[in-house]
Design a protein around this ligand. Structure first.
Ligand SMILES: *Cc1c(COP(=O)(O)O)cnc(C)c1O
Length: 236
């Protein structure tokens, strides 16, 4: 795949911008910068961008479609030192394939996925961490996925009793809602989970537009795409 001239510089500049935003948000909340991990969402963008990002020191990347991710990672494998996150809605028939490459599956939202992912991870001989995706939008129906908050404790016990590692919670702030209110609610759901599962410390929240709010409410992982990769069209 050919690389556009200047792409490395563009990614480096965008990464520096986002890094500045994360550092400022951490400082404003009195949180250590090391407590927040940036996951760069590379969906829609080519394999060459993954290699450039790895070369720029990115250690976590996120993908939301199994086929796209598998194809990208098949070209030369996962870049050395990079951990991969699956962040998209997952059909159980694709779970085995995801368990072959994902280190973290952030979008576990129902029982059926737990068994499928656990079997896939066992077959592949891999350790896979699962986050429970919580639906913070009561009006969204099945729209963007996510478990009902009341289903979190049972789903957590199910994951903890499987061969998957229970990492914590993930959520997307509802469209047109105040992200502070959404992430505050997510943080409140995280407390009882931590009481039952002290190692489930991961809290994945915040994207390009609302990462500051996520940091304010204790996010440990931010999933940032557009602010680093650009929009799909401007890149073509
Ligand atoms: C695409 C995506 C992101 C990144 O969103 P940006 O607004 O591009 O930063 C984060 N989380 C999920 C679940 C996504 O699908």
């Amino acid at each position: 795949m050919t690389q556009e001239p200047g792409r490395r510089e563009e990614l480096a500049a965008n990464l520096a911008d986002v890094e500045g935003r994360i550092a400022a948000a951490c400082a404003a909340s009195g949180r250590p910068r090391e407590g927040v991990q940036l996951v760069v969402v590379t969906k829609f963008f080519p394999r060459s961008d993954l290699d450039l990002l790895a070369g720029l020191g990115v250690t976590e990347i996120g993908e939301n479609r199994e086929q796209e991710a598998s194809a990208k990672l098949a070209e030369g494998g996962t870049p050395p030192g990079v951990r991969t996150h699956f962040i998209g809605q997952l059909q159980s028939k694709k779970a085995t394939a995801v368990a072959r490459w994902a280190d973290v599956v952030q979008s576990v939202d129902r029982d059926k996925l737990v068994g499928a992912l656990a079997r896939g991870a066992e077959t592949a001989g891999r350790e896979v961490t699962a986050l429970i995706q919580v639906n913070l939008d009561p009006d969204a129906g099945a729209g963007r996925g996510g478990a009902d908050p009341s289903d979190v404790p049972a789903l957590a016990d199910r994951i903890a009793g499987s061969s998957l590692r229970l990492g914590g919670l993930m959520a997307v702030a509802p469209l047109d809602a105040d992200p502070d209110a959404a992430f505050e609610r997510l943080a409140r759901l995280h407390q009882p989970l931590l009481a039952d599962h002290p190692r489930a410390r991961m809290l994945s929240a915040g994207m390009s537009g609302d990462l500051e709010a996520a940091v304010r409410h204790g996010a440990t992982h931010l999933r940032v795409g557009t602010a680093i990769l650009g929009t799909r069209l401007s890149h073509r």
